[in-house]
Ligand binder design. Sequence first.
Ligand code: ZN
Length: 158
Amino acid sequence: MKCPICGAAETRVIETRSSDEGRVNRRRRECPECSARFTTYERLEEKGYLWVVKKDGRREAFDRAKIIRGLQHACEKLPVALETLEEAADRIEERVRSTGQGEIPTAMIGEMAAEELRGINKVAYVRFASVYKEFTDISSFTHEIARLLDDKEAHRNG
Ligand SMILES: [Zn+2]
């Protein structure tokens, strides 16, 4: 831990105290350069439990790996790096957690995944959307395709 006073790279721990049943460590530190004393806290990262609620009402624990598998499935045989999908999954998890809700409908996650794929690969997006958005009729599907093509035109012209 860097000294907040003089910026020295190394400081010494002179006392450690645990609290909250070992979930928090409070450390008293001293800088060998300027003798400043300060305190740092180390906390266990609290990732509150998050449930995903399916359409039939069943719940299961939020699973980042499952989201990545879904994205991978949509990107099969397409030139998309796993890293790109992992970043997308991170953003989805971040958004889901920032809602502050303990229960998230699968539809909401599907919507977020579709949005991510839209920016990653259009083919993957259409594949994914055709499953998750459950286009009820062919016109809503063609409407979506048309929207994509409009986007493409806009990029080409802009
Ligand atoms: Zn110092």
